[in-house]
Design a protein around this ligand. Structure first.
Ligand SMILES: [Fe+2]
Length: 509
C-alpha cells in the first residue's frame, strides 16, 4: 500500500463515511400518513394479477430450502460438481410497504449445485445490518437508493442501507456479496451463511467498494469505490491479492460526481468512464438526485496501474455505461468493449419504471460498443458494433489479451423493444461483428451467461451457464449451452417448480 498517500487521506475517508453531507445521507424524510410505499404495495398486488412479467420483480419473503430437480439433457463433465451462485434484489416488500425501485430490494443469493443427475437449488437472504434491523422491526426503516418509505429513519451514510444485492466475488472459501456504495458482506460458499462484513482497515469502514472487481492476468483483484455515494468527487482504487488481502489503496480526484458502476482493466491501465449524469443535482433519493446533462460530455479517467496516478483525462461522447466486457492494450492503444446507452434513462427512469409504474416499458437498449483510446494523443474513438447487448462476459483465459469473443444477453431485434425481449444468449465475434444466438420463446427473460472453458478447447470454446425466468409458466431454470453451438439451444436444462426474482450477477465456483 502507498502508506503515505493512504494516511494522508484516511482521516478524510473515515469522516466522509460517517458524516457525508450530500450523498446517501441527504435523502428526503417523509412524514406522510400513507407512504408511496404503502400505496405501491396495493397497486402491485393488483397489477401482477394481469401482468405476469411482474413476477420477475415480485420478490421473496424468506429463505428457500434445498430442492433437487433433474436435468433435461446431459450436464457436460466440465460442470459436474460446480456451483452457480446468483445475487439480486430479493425482498421488495415488508409488511404493507413495497419498494418502488428495483435496486432497493435486499440481497438474496441463490446456490445451484450442479450434479450429474440433477441440480439442487437453495437460497438465502444476506444478513446485512439493514436486513436484520428491518426484519426485527417488521417494516422498512430507511429510504432506499430510489424508493421512499413511510416514516424513514435518517441515514448515517450509505452503510445504513447496504443491501449487498448486486454481485458475488469468490474469495478463498467465501463469496463476497457486493453492493457498490459500501463494503461487501462475506458468505460461506457451502451454505450461504453470512459470516460478517469485509474489513480492510478502520479507515475504510463504510467506504464504497464497487460490485465489479476484476481479476487481472497476475491474479490481482482490482476495484474502485465511487465516492459520489458519499457526496464527494473522487474514487478509491483498490488492489487486492488473489486471497482478498488489501495490497494497495489510493484516493484519486474526479472532475465530477456522477454514477460509475464498472470500469476497465488492462495489463497496464485502469479506465473509468464518467457519464454526464450529475449526482446531487436534484433533491430526493440518491437516484432522484441525478441530472442528465449531455452537453457536458463524458470523461475517461486513464489510470496507470504502477503508481495509481491518473495519467489522462480524455473528453468522450455523452453516454451511459453499466458494464465493460473484453478490454486489452495493443501497443499504445487501449481497446475497451462495453455496453453503451445513448442516455441515462435506464438508470434514472427505466429501472424504477419497471415496477414503479407497474409496466415494462419499451427502452433504448445498450449497444455493444468499442472505445479505442490513443494513450499518446489522449483521444478516443467510439464504434457502435450495432448489436443490442448487456451483461457482457468473456473467456477469462484471455483476460486483458485481444479477445475474439464476447458473450452476453441480447434482444430479439435491434429496434426499440420491451425489456422482456432480453430473451437470447449470444456470442459476438469482436473481429467480424457476427452474432450467434439462441433465442428463448415468448415469456422468457434470459440472465447473465457465465463462461466455463472446455477442457483443451481454444478461446471461446466452452459452455455458457445462465438462469432464465419463464414468467408465463412461473418457473426459473438453469440452462447450459455449448458456446460453439449456441443455436442448438441448451445441452442441459433444469427447471424449478417456482420462480425467483430477476437478479443482476453471479459466479461459478
Ligand atoms: Fe453490474
Amino acid at each position: 500500500m502507498n502508506r503515505r498517500d493512504f494516511l494522508r487521506n484516511s482521516s478524510w475517508l473515515a469522516g466522509a463515511a460517517a458524516l457525508s453531507a450530500t450523498g446517501f445521507s441527504n435523502l428526503a424524510l417523509g412524514h406522510e400518513a400513507t407512504s408511496p410505499a404503502q400505496e405501491y404495495a396495493k397497486a402491485f398486488a393488483q397489477a401482477i394479477k394481469h401482468n405476469p412479467k411482474l413476477k420477475g420483480w415480485q420478490g421473496l419473503s424468506q429463505d428457500i430450502p434445498a430442492l433437487k430437480v433433474n436435468w433435461q439433457g446431459k450436464l457436460p463433465a466440465e460442470l459436474v460438481g460446480k456451483r452457480l451462485y446468483r445475487n439480486g434484489p430479493g425482498r421488495q416488500q415488508l409488511g404493507d410497504q413495497r419498494y418502488s425501485h428495483w435496486f432497493d430490494g435486499d440481497g438474496f443469493v441463490s446456490q445451484y449445485q450442479l450434479g450429474a443427475e440433477g441440480m439442487t437449488h437453495s437460497g438465502k437472504f444476506v444478513r446485512t445490518r439493514k436486513f436484520e434491523l428491518e426484519s426485527a422491526a417488521g417494516r422498512f426503516l430507511y429510504n432506499g437508493a430510489g424508493s421512499h418509505v413511510a416514516h424513514p429513519r435518517g441515514l448515517k451514510g450509505p452503510e445504513s442501507i447496504n443491501t449487498a444485492n448486486i454481485a458475488l466475488l469468490p474469495v478463498e472459501n467465501e463469496l463476497w456479496a457486493m453492493w457498490e456504495a459500501a463494503m461487501p458482506y462475506r458468505l460461506a460458499q457451502d451454505d450461504l451463511t453470512t459470516l460478517g462484513q469485509v474489513s480492510f482497515s478502520n479507515e475504510l469502514e463504510g467506504i464504497p467498494f464497487s460490485a465489479h472487481p476484476h481479476r487481472d492476468q497476475n491474479g490481482s483483484i482490482w476495484n474502485i469505490g465511487d465516492l459520489a455515494n458519499l457526496g464527494k468527487a473522487g474514487f478509491v482504487l483498490y488492489q487486492l491479492s488473489a486471497k482478498g488481502e488489501l495490497l494497495r489503496c489510493k484516493l484519486i480526484d474526479s472532475p465530477r460526481r456522477s454514477y460509475v458502476h464498472d470500469f476497465a482493466v488492462t495489463d497496464t491501465h485502469l479506465v473509468i468512464y464518467l457519464p454526464p449524469l450529475m449526482a446531487g443535482a436534484n433533491g430526493g433519493t440518491f437516484i432522484e438526485s441525478f441530472d442528465w446533462q449531455p452537453q457536458q460530455g463524458g470523461v475517461l479517467l486513464v489510470i496507470d496501474k504502477n503508481n495509481l496516478e491518473v495519467t489522462r483525462q480524455i473528453p468522450c461522447e455523452s453516454g451511459f455505461v453499466f458494464h465493460f466486457g473484453a478490454c486489452w492494450r495493443q501497443g499504445r492503444e487501449l481497446v475497451l468493449n462495453l455496453c453503451w446507452y445513448d442516455n441515462a434513462d435506464v438508470m434514472i427512469k427505466r429501472m424504477g419504471d419497471i415496477i414503479g409504474e407497474l409496466t415494462v416499458k419499451k427502452e433504448t437498449p445498450s449497444m455493444a460498443t468499442q472505445l479505442v483510446i490513443d494513450l499518446d494523443r489522449g483521444t478516443v474513438k467510439r464504434e457502435n458494433v450495432g448489436i443490442a447487448m448487456e451483461f457482457p462476459q468473456q473467456d477469462e483465459r484471455v483476460a486483458a489479451m485481444p479477445a475474439r469473443y464476447q458473450f452476453g444477453v441480447t434482444m430479439a431485434s435491434n429496434t426499440q423493444v420491451e425489456r422482456s425481449e432480453y430473451n437470447a444468449i449470444s456470442r459476438l465475434d469482436l473481429r467480424s461483428g457476427k452474432l450467434e444466438s439462441y433465442q428463448y420463446g415468448q415469456g422468457v427473460m434470459a440472465e447473465e451467461p457465465l463462461f466455463v472453458p472446455k477442457a483443451g478447447g481454444g478461446e471461446g470454446a466452452g459452455y455458457l451457464v445462465h438462469t432464465s425466468l419463464d414468467y408465463l409458466r412461473g418457473e426459473t431454470s438453469v440452462n447450459v449451452l455449448d458456446s460453439e453451438r449456441l443455436a442448438d439451444g441448451p445441452v442441459a436444462r433444469a427447471s424449478l417448480p417456482y420462480y425467483l426474482p430477476l437478479g443482476f450477477h453471479g459466479a461459478l465456483v
